[in-house]
Write a protein that binds this ligand. Structure first.
Ligand code: AMP
Length: 284
């Protein structure tokens, strides 16, 4: 069954209304395309919880800073559709930039506080771009449920907060991070890595696992854990650290003493690629 394509917002509304009238539960998986196993795992999760799965593919200019990789971001629609074909996706929603952001576009959606730390501190305006486009995708697709990745934990929490604060009637699910065999989290941006950078990149995962193990063995001082993680990444030739932090898993503020639910989070630049990863840790 070839995946049906919808481009116009009005056409998407009509399809969504048809599905809802037929009593079908709609799941949305928002993506920027260049689909990999991480994305497909979200699709599989969506299939389990809904009758109809819509995957959106939209490289959202609003979430890229002026010096970031919007123009270079990998785009291969034909390959993406081929990948979606065997996954039981009912509809690919491929809106156009000019319809999502017409010239007189003047409304944005912003979530305070949760967006201040971690990636928010390094990418001004990024999360406002994300919440604005996700609000628009929800308005177009009218999903009952939407699936996001743990890989972008801050983004998923920010969207959950937006949904609660705006009383949107969408359930947000978070699916686990899918990794390469050596631990590197799958990401479209891994394609930017040179062979040398690619060899160093799994150190993000190694640092997270080291931090997790220290906590499992009883370490409760966050600065000690963060310092040990830094010692894994800082010596690498190609790595430039944006942040390595231990934060409260709910409000994302840095913690000094590790307790309850903690998120270890890292962002490291390797040449053109800015890679992020995280590990949720339940502290006993
Ligand atoms: P992106 O296309 O990178 O904007 O990602 C679209 C969705 O896929 C987001 O919810 C991401 O968190 C999720 N995602 C990206 N990479 C992974 C991964 N390796 N494992 C699980 N989910 C992922």
């Amino acid at each position: 069954m070839a995946v049906k394509i919808v481009k116009a917002v009005r056409a998407m509304h009509r399809k969504a209304d048809q599905m809802r009238r037929a009593g079908q539960r709609i799941a949305l998986v928002p993506t920027m395309g260049d689909l990999h196993e991480g994305h497909l795992s979200l699709v599989r999760r969506a299939r389990k919880v809904a009758d109809r799965v819509v995957v959106s593919i939209f490289v959202n200019p609003l979430q890229f800073g002026p010096a970031e990789d919007f123009a270079a971001y990998p785009r291969d629609l034909a390959r993406d559709l081929e990948r979606l074909d065997p996954c039981g996706v009912h509809l690919a929603y491929l809106p156009e930039v000019k319809e999502i952001y017409p010239e007189d576009f003047a409304t944005t959606v912003g979530v305070a506080r949760l967006t201040e730390g971690l990636c928010g501190a390094h990418r001004p305006g990024h999360f406002e771009g994300v919440t604005t486009v996700v609000a628009k995708l929800f308005a177009a697709v009218k999903p009952h449920v939407a699936v996001f990745g743990q890989k972008d934990a801050q983004q998923t929490l920010v969207i959950q907060k937006m949904v609660r604060d705006l009383n949107l009637d969408v359930e947000i699910l978070m699916a686990p991070t899918v990794r390469e065999a050596d631990g590197l989290a799958m990401s479209s941006r891994n394609a930017y890595l040179s062979p040398e950078e690619r060899r160093e990149a799994p150190s993000l995962y190694r640092a997270l696992m080291l931090g997790k193990n220290m906590i499992a063995q009883g370490e409760r001082r966050a600065p000690r854990v963060v310092a040990a993680m830094r010692d894994v990444i800082a010596p690498l030739c190609h790595a430039k650290i944006d942040y390595i932090e231990a934060v409260d898993a709910e409000n994302l503020t840095p913690v000094a003493v590790l307790k309850n639910s903690v998120l270890l989070a890292v962002a490291v630049r390797f040449g053109k690629a800015r890679l992020i990863d995280n590990a949720p840790v339940r502290v006993k």
